[in-house]
Design a protein around this ligand. Structure first.
Ligand code: HEC
Length: 434
């Protein structure tokens, strides 16, 4: 996609670091929020289905609560998914420009899935208003648009899957120039493992947020006692079960990581997140015992922190695998900056003078037609005709060539100086020949 290239500006080394930081921040917002949306929608669909098939009002109300948690503010729904994602696409386009990685392009596809998913979820949620309107629910008539909710859920999962694959496309340099990088990244172990980790996380986080919304100290939500008890029962039981499943899964996820992603930072972040998980599980345990949401804010905070750490681990892997590429980008920046300054008339082009270098350095040992310390150029340059790169290479790294001469000492020239002097002696030699 060429338009992505058109938003890419060469970046200095400092800017590259800055962009990397912004990408991390965007992921830290995006992924936990996506997991909350995914989990809530999953449970909402589950309970809507159960409510309809068993004519059970409380299940339907829970389904509605969960769906409203996602859509209570459409601005947040769009703002916490679309905006961070646009930021990441922009960041990836900069960080990976010219690397051959299609991570940014693939994420655009992910963005389209998310936009479609958001529309379907809003429509699904809208159907719950019908429960409010006619208190007498007509179960038979399927007033709740479960198919739309299902569609939203599938679109969401595809979007998440693409997002997680793009992370692999960005961090795994071995994929960058692979023509089948998208399918290879999509079916890599790391992607599959991370996707399931995301899903388990979703199932843990959304009941915790539900408890937070209804039972945190000073919560403004109110509902009938039976309804509240039902939310409690659901929220505490699922949160408790998954707070035991999640750590097990996290450990499995680390064990199955590819080698390039394994480093001290990975182990450290996982260790810290496991410790935080113990705290979170204890909070949930205590809240379940007391049937109160007293620790709900702390628990939500801990889960966001845990997820942030898991993301940090992948983004750190990106930092280590893309270092080489960052150097290239930074050197492009220097050229770009020079060009820009020349354009603006801030610097006048200072050409490296090959003739001056010859006169000050080389002529001590070389002339064109006589042997001094080194052989005459008229003899040695024949073999370099049309092979300027080899000549520059020799000047930069002199090797033993002719047994009749001593080895030429390295003159310590910079690449552009070597190129200039090589051009000068070649030109002079070819003019002499005529
Ligand atoms: C201190 C003496 C000395 C200086 C200064 C020196 N050279 Fe040489 N140069 C030599 C010697 C000795 C050889 C022969 C090396 C051999 O054949 O192994 C040589 C060989 C060469 C050759 C022939 C290589 C070949 O493949 O046969 C080139 C070309 C050359 N020098 C270019 C330069 C240039 C350009 C400079 C200035 C930047 C330079 N030299 C400065 C001593 C010198």
């Amino acid at each position: 996609m060429d338009f992505l290239q058109s938003i890419v500006l060469p970046q200095s080394a400092e800017h590259i670091e800055l962009i990397r930081g912004l990408v991390i921040v965007a992921f830290v917002i995006l992924m936990p929020y996506l997991s909350f949306v995914t989990g809530s929608l999953f449970y909402s669909l589950l309970y809507a289905r159960r409510g309809k098939s068993r004519n059970h009002l409380l299940s339907l109300l829970l389904a509605k609560d969960l769906s409203e948690m996602i859509t209570f503010s459409k601005g947040i729904l769009v703002g916490l998914i679309v905006i961070p994602l646009l930021g990441i696409i922009f960041g990836y386009a900069q960080l990976l420009s010219g690397s051959g990685s299609l991570a940014a392009e693939y994420l655009i596809l992910g963005l389209l899935f998310f936009i479609a998913a958001i529309a379907a979820i809003i429509a699904y949620n809208h159907s719950f208003n019908l429960i409010e309107e006619n208190k007498e629910i007509n179960f038979g008539k399927n007033k709740i648009f479960c198919p739309l909710g299902m569609l939203g859920f599938i679109l969401l999962l595809v979007g998440v899957y693409i997002t997680i694959s793009s992370i692999q496309l960005a961090i795994d340099t071995s994929l960058w120039n692979d023509p089948e990088q998208i399918s290879n990244a999509s079916f890599s172990t790391a992607t599959i493992v991370n996707f399931f980790l995301f899903f388990v996380f979703s199932l843990t986080v959304s009941p915790v947020v539900l408890i937070y919304v209804y039972f945190r100290p000073n919560s403004s939500k109110s509902a009938g006692k039976e309804h509240l008890d039902y939310i409690k029962k659901f929220g505490f039981t699922t949160a408790l079960i998954f707070s035991f499943v999640l750590p097990v899964y996290l450990v499995l996820a680390v064990v199955s990581l590819p080698d390039y992603a394994l480093n001290n930072v990975s182990f450290f972040t996982i260790l810290v997140s496991l410790i935080l998980m113990i705290f979170a599980a204890s909070y949930i345990y205590v809240m379940n015992r007391d049937k109160s949401g007293s620790y709900a804010p702390q628990t939500v905070f801990l889960f966001i922190l845990i997820f942030a750490l898991v993301i940090l681990k992948d983004q750190y892997a990106m930092g280590t695998t893309t270092k080489e590429h960052a150097k290239l980008l930074a050197s492009q920046y220097e050229e770009y900056q020079l060009e820009l300054k020349k354009e603006m008339g801030l610097v006048t082009e200072k050409k490296v003078d090959g003739e001056a270098i010859y006169n000050t350095i080389c002529s001590a040992c070389h002339s064109f037609d006589k042997k001094i310390v080194g052989p005459p150029y008229n003899e040695t340059l024949v073999k370099y005709e049309g092979k300027m790169n080899d000549l520059v290479d020799f000047i930069l790294n002199p090797r033993k060539i002719n047994p009749d001469y001593p080895v030429m000492p390295n003159q310590g020239l910079k690449p552009d100086q070597a190129k200039a002097v090589a051009e000068f002696i070649m030109k002079h030699y070819q003019e002499n020949k005529k």
